[in-house]
Design a binder for this molecule. Sequence first.
Ligand code: ASP
Ligand code: MG
Length: 446
Amino acid sequence: MIVLKFGGTSVGSVENFRKVARIVQDCQEDKIIVLSAMSGVTNTLVSISELLRASKTKEALELINGLNQKYLVVAKDLLESDEGFYKAQIVLKKQHQVLLSIVEESFTIQNEKIVMAQGELVSTNLFQLYMEEIELESVLLSALDFMYIDKFGEPKSAVIKDRIGKVLANYSVNTFITQGFICRNEQNEIDNLNRGGSDYSASLIGAAVEANQIQIWTDIDGMHNNDPRFVDHTFSVKEMSFDEAAELAYFGAKILHPQSIIPAQESNIPVLLKNTFKPESIGTLIHNKAKVQKIRAIAAKDNITAIKIKSYRMLMAYGFIKKIFEVFEDHKTAIDMITTSEVAVSLTIDNTSKLKEIINELQAFGNIEVDSDLSIICIAGDLAQNKKGVTSAIFNGLKDIPIRMISYGGSNYNLSFLVKSIDKIAVLNILNEGLFKRLEIEVLQA
Ligand code: ASP
Ligand code: MG
């Protein structure tokens, strides 16, 4: 069994639905297709919820009716047979009514979750009807029958495994379709795995059915070795380890939801990143057996703020860092990078919504300096500390770039450093020259 997950753009139009069906048709194995909502739909559903929360009924109704119109146009175009279009109209009418009845009721969190779930419910229904029309046998499964989360919002893996196993045993077809993102919670109510959660669904389903592979189909050729927006001649990385992928996921390598790697990694299921619009490209395989390679990829993250806390009280004292961390914890602000000296700590954050409060409280510990408009540069690869020459290969070329912080040795797969954002593009290009020239030639020749 393999799991194929298609993101919002992959099911974003009639033409794309057809592309997805072709990919599914070409896949000979038993499979479960996991779909996101059509692109833009979940955002519209969020807007509808916000309007309802603000009691702006008229505006919410406009969006709801607009969405319904959009779906009808898609369905009419996608489904050429009268029967197919008729069935789609039934689905769309039902969905429209769910939304309309929520407008009538008072706004609740539960109603919001029901609104949010509608995108995936529609995309999977339309796709299944299209499969029927082109005579590809498939069964539509409701993720609400097997995807369960606990009271902390964490997936209940054992329950998922048990339920999906029972559901699948009812059928003898080899193609199943289901929704990403949506699930049921402790109270058996409709819930979701948070924005972007369809990758997570795919990974959880893959683990539950002990899939041979989980394929994540998006609109890019897998993970690139560097940021193609700023660097010429980047190439997609053929393979990488789960650890490397996890290091890169935070750095805007948006193609994979960071959490989504965990179930696949724990169950040792390879994850293949593919491009729906270029199915012939080999994509990126994330697996435990990836051949060791010194430098795998470079990524950057902008809008980073660094905070330095300098205090002579820190010298030889214990418990100092704990107190500093508690300030960030109290303000629910994640720390990304950290470096320390004997008398100072520097750390970075990307969420500055509580920066003022944090600085106020940190002032009790020492002198505070704040720098903004910084970027973290992350280099992922086999960077184990027992290897020689790793850091010199990276820093040799950067002699003219001021570096604000360096973090190395935290894991065997990552070296990160902080630069001013205005230097980012130069840094990415210099590193590309120094670290990838030879690899690029190999890839071009392959
Ligand atoms: N449709 C959901 C979202 O846009 C889930 C997903 O696409 O992964 O967040
Ligand atoms: Mg997505």
